[in-house]
Ligand binder design. Structure first.
Ligand SMILES: *[C@@H]1O[C@H](CO)[C@@H](O)[C@H](O)[C@H]1NC(C)=O
Ligand SMILES: *[C@@H]1O[C@H](CO)[C@@H](O)[C@H](O)[C@H]1NC(C)=O
Ligand SMILES: *[C@@H]1O[C@H](CO)[C@@H](O)[C@H](O)[C@H]1NC(C)=O
Ligand SMILES: [Zn+2]
Length: 568
């Protein structure tokens, strides 16, 4: 009988264990996030997150859809349209960094005169019927006055310039970059997808509408800068001033500029369109450190290079925190993906957390943690910092008197340029104190220069604040999304089981629209073309830049219908 367990003591131990467990559960439930988690897991999702907007077709479509059908499917139309784009590519409009003022060096800019000639020759009806203005000589603004002066005009925009072709890559192109080669399906050439395609499709649209004797109630502006690829200070910046003077602050109805389009959502498999409704800010910060020179046989323990290297390390030690609030289009993009994930491709906890992330702290931090692991998503939620240039030192036996570090930042939607200045100042201040050198940060003297040296921190070049975010869910959003659905569901993907999801997104780069904020708060960086992978499917800025011509035609069809829909 040895070794038989004592039943009663076992039982009491068990009860003891159960009650301790219960207490632990209660403590855990209330002292941790378990309560929050049970809400995330058990509560249903809001049904009004990212509603699918209704399809918008202009009235003319119901009477006679042959124009749109012809744009998208007509063989002859395709041929003629291809020639127009190809010839636009043949006019070389490369722009290089730091262009001279237009007035001071007319020769430099003369290539744009050629481009204007090409436009005038190719689109005579547009030149004949619309008011044509040049701004700062080579910026182009076409204005089609509407019959109802109470309606603010719609503005479509693109740029005439293209990024340079690197001399040494010329041999790598399958077809010369300024030939505009077209094999019937794909067109090759510099600018063919960034963004002479947008410019030409706007001109083609205007031409078609004029020929159809369309009479806009709402005016239409087409504006084309000539230095977008070097930040637009000679083109778009002047165009902005011209339009603000003419139409007033907030005098434009909406702006559509080059931008993202449609893709197959890698998470859900849905077709998703992503008009850019926000843009991150931009600031380059240069930090220079001056220290006494001297012979390197009797060096101090830390030279300017050493101290600056320590600072570089300190800067990278601490990255900016990711943030994701209602203000950030990225949250709405994720919610559009999650809300329409009917095939349940996104893991359940993540999907449910995304849907609550706008107001639920626990859900929000879970989403941030999970999605920050994906680099392409992380920087939609976080200010980026990249140490891009470091320089210093002259001679192998002389102490470096000066060393410089340049840090490039793309500022998160919820933040501003000042927040970057503040963060970097704090880091420099710590290193400056440690090494007993002075600090002048953004024009403020924080530490007196010492015999050991002095830091100077300043903005290099021009910074750009985070763009105001375009509202979604309003009438205009309905037009943008509704026409997109019409073109892509009626013509392109006629077999979809789920509708096209239209979600707002942010651009991590800037376009000419940075100059246009005063004109309207409705800016869409949007080129509704379909691609699985934008960079791979266009090689934009690279060798063999190309476009599937079908996409050019879709863009054209979109503009053609959108102009009509916003009249209603
Ligand atoms: C265009 O109109 C024709 C009838 O005129 C119709 O058969 C066709 O389905 C329409 N196309 C679309 C995409 O709605
Ligand atoms: C539509 O789907 C059906 C069934 O999946 C398929 O047989 C048909 O070829 C598809 N049509 C088009 C135009 O893709
Ligand atoms: C926008 O308007 C403000 C205030 O009127 C002005 O200071 C600023 O220069 C304008 N911005 C642009 C880009 O024109
Ligand atoms: Zn561009």
């Amino acid at each position: 009988m040895i070794g038989l367990p004592d039943e009663s003591s076992k039982k009491s131990k068990k009860y003891g264990a159960v009650s301790i467990a219960a207490i632990v559960v209660v403590i855990v439930f209330f002292s941790t996030n378990l309560f929050a988690w049970s809400k995330i897991l058990l509560l249903g999702q809001d049904t009004d997150i990212c509603p699918i907007v209704k399809i918008e077709r202009p009235e003319s479509f119901y009477k006679d859809n042959s124009t749109v059908t012809n744009i998208l499917q007509g063989d002859e139309f395709r041929k003629v349209s291809a020639e127009k784009l190809s010839k636009a590519v043949q006019v070389d409009t490369q722009i290089y960094d730091d262009p001279p003022e237009v007035d001071s060096n007319p020769e430099y800019w003369a290539k744009f005169k050629k481009f204007h000639k090409y436009l005038e020759k190719t689109f005579p009806t547009v030149y004949e019927h619309l008011e044509v203005n040049t701004v700062n000589t080579y910026g182009l603004v076409f204005y089609w006055k509407g019959s109802n002066s109470k309606l603010k005009p719609l503005m479509l925009t693109a740029h005439q310039d293209v990024v340079p072709v690197q001399e040494e890559t010329l041999g790598d192109w399958s077809h010369p970059p300024f030939e505009g080669y077209f094999d019937g399906k794909t067109m090759f050439g510099r600018g063919v997808s960034d963004c002479k395609n947008v410019l030409v499709s706007i001109m083609e649209t205007l031409e078609i509408l004029i020929k159809q004797d369309f009479k806009p109630e709402r005016g239409i502006i087409a504006a084309f800068g000539m230095d977008e690829e070097v930040s637009g200070w000679h083109g778009a910046s002047h165009i902005a001033g011209y339009l603000e003077e003419r139409f007033g602050k907030d005098g434009i109805y909406a702006i559509i500029d080059e931008g993202a389009g449609l893709t197959k959502d890698p998470f859900t498999g849905n077709i998703i369109a992503m008009p850019g409704t926000g843009e991150k800010g931009y600031v380059d910060v240069e930090i220079s450190l001056t220290t006494p020179g001297g012979h390197s046989s009797v060096p101090p323990d830390h030279t300017s290079i050493g101290i600056l290297s320590e600072l570089a390390y300190v800067i990278e030690q601490e990255q900016y925190e990711p943030v994701l609030t209602e203000l950030n289009p990225t949250l709405h993009m994720l919610q559009c993906q999650a809300a329409h994930d009917h095939r349940k491709k996104i893991p359940g906890i993540l999907r449910k957390s995304i849907l609550r992330a706008g107001y639920d702290k626990v859900a929000n931090s879970f989403v941030l943690k999970q999605l920050s692991k994906i680099p392409s998503l992380r920087y939609l939620m976080q200010t980026s910092q990249a140490l891009d240039i470091i320089s210093g030192g002259e001679k192998n036996n002389a102490l470096p008197e000066n060393a410089k570090l340049l840090v490039n930042h793309r500022v998160a939607i919820e933040k501003n340029v000042d927040s970057v200045k503040e963060a970097i100042t704090k880091k420099v201040l710590a290193v400056a104190k440690k090494h007993d050198v002075g600090l002048n940060a953004f024009g403020k003297k924080l530490l007196e220069p010492t015999a050991k040296g002095n830091f100077d921190v300043h903005v290099s070049g021009k910074s750009t604040e985070t763009a105001p975010v375009t509202p979604i869910g309003d009438e205009l959003w309905g037009y943008v999304a509704g026409v997109t659905r019409h073109i892509f569901e009626d013509y392109v993907f006629t077999n979809l089981t789920d509708p096209v999801v239209v979600a707002p997104a942010i651009m991590t780069g800037n376009t000419d629209t940075r100059h246009y904020w005063n004109l309207t708060d409705h800016i869409y960086r949007y080129s509704p073309m379909f691609m699985l992978d934008f960079l791979k499917d266009t090689n934009v800025h690279s060798v063999d830049e190309h476009i599937e011509f079908d996409n050019h035609l879709r863009l054209l069809a979109f503009f053609y219908e959108f102009i009509q829909v916003v009249q209603q």
